[in-house]
Design a protein around this ligand. Sequence first.
Ligand code: NAP
Length: 287
Amino acid sequence: IYGSRAGLSTLILEMGAPGGKLIKTNEISNWPGIQKINGAELASQMFDHATSFGAEYAYGEVTDIQVDSDKKKIICSDGSVYACQAVIVASGTVERMLHITGEAENVGRGVSYCAVCDGAFFKDKEVCVIGGGNSALEEALYLTQFAKKVTIVIRRDVFRGEEHIQKQVEENPRIAIIKKHVPVAILDDGNKVTGIVLQDVDTKEEQTLEVAGVFPYVGADPAVSFLKGLDVCDARGYMLVDENNETKVKGIYGVGDVVAKPLRQVVTAASDGANAAQHAFHQIKGI
Ligand code: NAP
């Protein structure tokens, strides 16, 4: 929006449907001015808003960014190359896996990292959500629309997510909470998930929970594999940027969840984007 509205020739390059994590989020209730909106709906409105100002959209999986002073080259997996003066990286994060027995082989057969995409498959079934952050808590609440019981498993005795979401979780009669346990294996009948083995973090005793679905929400890692040549990330892989959202490489910006910062929300991501595009505009026009 800020790039194209300022009159820059702006391309949105995306390897999935535009919208990122928004399109996997059921409800957004902290986007100023709109009390409640479905994530995919908000993403679609943002996309239409940007393209209405002239931003173009192209499909592409970026594998590398090459910098030659003020000229940047974006290399994609299909061989396409884009040349530009500024790159705003908004690649977000990739959901972390549990890395336990039975997980990888049951993705799509009961293991899912997207409640909004797959929740409806678990109508009247029992499911388990792993993790105690905002994502786990919000998605557990979402799953109660379909599942007859949702068990949240956390490894400590406290949640990481915000208090008001915790309260809704604790008050929901369809949600059970198991504290101080970690998942050690996902069980199946050769076709679909049948249960999950949980281990007590203190006693190491194991118990099996019979569930049809397992939703790991144990955090995410920044999607930065295409930045490896630039040395613009911290030890955890998050992009390091200044107050203009610019990295130490002039003309390379980082915005949203991929950036090292304390608050990852739609509103802070949008703010990052505005900062970066405005600064890029000034640099390109020599202002
Ligand atoms: P997160 O806040 O990092 O929470 C990850 C959760 O998974 C924590 O409870 C963590 O436990 C647990 N965990 C990590 N590894 C585990 C393992 N191997 N086994 C069992 N449990 C494990 O991640 P997130 O919920 O995906 O959120 C990411 C960011 O987006 C956060 O900054 C969050 O605030 C933000 N977000 C905000 C909203 C909102 O504002 N509505 C919604 C979604 C996400 P410990 O607590 O013990 O470490």
